[in-house]
Design a protein around this ligand. Structure first.
Ligand SMILES: [Zn+2]
Length: 174
C-alpha cells in the first residue's frame, strides 16, 4: 500500500519492528522514564509514518542501555594545547598592553616611542606574543571547525538513525 515503508526494515534481521532513535529518545526514554514497552510513531512525514512498539526483553537490552544507545551524539571537547597557550599569552599581555595605553594617554605617541627606544627588547616581546597568539588561534579555530563539522555529521546521522527492537541493530535510513 505504501512504498515508502519498504525501506523501514532492519537490514540485519528484516524486522519491521524498528524505531527512530530520536523518537525513542524523546518519547520513550525521556518522557516515559524507561517504561517496559516503548511505542510511538516513526518518521515525520506522511509517507514515513509507522507505528512501532517494542518490548525491551526481545532485544535483551536494558532500558538504561537503550537510553544511552539512542541518545544524541555528544560534542567532544575542542580545547587544544596551542589554544590554551594562546589564551595564556593573551591573558599575560593584558596588563602590559594596558600599561602601553596609559603611556600613550599620559605622554602621547612620542612617550610610547621613548618607551620602546629605552627597552627595545619589549618590541620582541610584543611581536613574539602577537605571532604566538596568531598561530595558536589559527590552530584552535581549525580544530574547532573540524569538531563542529564532525559533530554536525554525527548529529545528522543520529537524526536518521533507527533502532531494531528485535535484534538491537542500529542503522541509518535516509
Ligand atoms: Zn534487526
Amino acid at each position: 500500500m505504501n512504498q515508502g515503508n519498504d525501506k523501514f526494515i532492519c537490514p540485519h534481521c528484516n524486522s519491521s519492528n524498528i524505531g527512530k532513535c530520536s523518537v525513542i529518545y524523546k518519547n520513550g526514554v525521556t518522557k516515559h522514564h524507561y517504561t517496559s514497552e516503548i511505542s510511538g510513531t516513526v518518521g515525520n512525514d506522511i509517507f514515513n509514518q509507522q507505528y512501532f512498539s517494542g518490548d525491551m526483553e526481545t532485544t535483551g537490552i536494558s532500558k538504561t542501555q537503550l537510553a544511552s544507545l539512542v541518545s544524541p551524539p555528544k560534542k567532544t571537547s575542542d580545547i587544544t594545547i596551542p589554544g590554551i597557550i594562546g589564551g595564556l599569552v593573551f591573558l599575560g599581555m593584558i596588563f602590559p598592553t594596558l600599561a602601553l595605553v596609559f603611556i600613550v594617554i599620559d605622554k602621547g605617541i612620542t612617550g610610547l616611542m621613548d618607551f620602546f627606544i629605552n627597552k627595545p627588547s619589549k618590541i620582541i616581546d610584543y611581536v613574539g606574543a602577537i605571532v604566538i597568539m596568531y598561530f595558536c588561534s589559527k590552530y584552535q579555530s581549525k580544530r574547532t571547525d573540524e569538531i563542529d563539522k564532525s559533530y554536525s555529521q554525527r548529529y545528522r546521522d543520529w537524526c536518521d538513525s533507527y533502532f531494531c527492537f528485535r535484534c538491537g541493530n542500529m542503522f541509518v535510513i535516509r
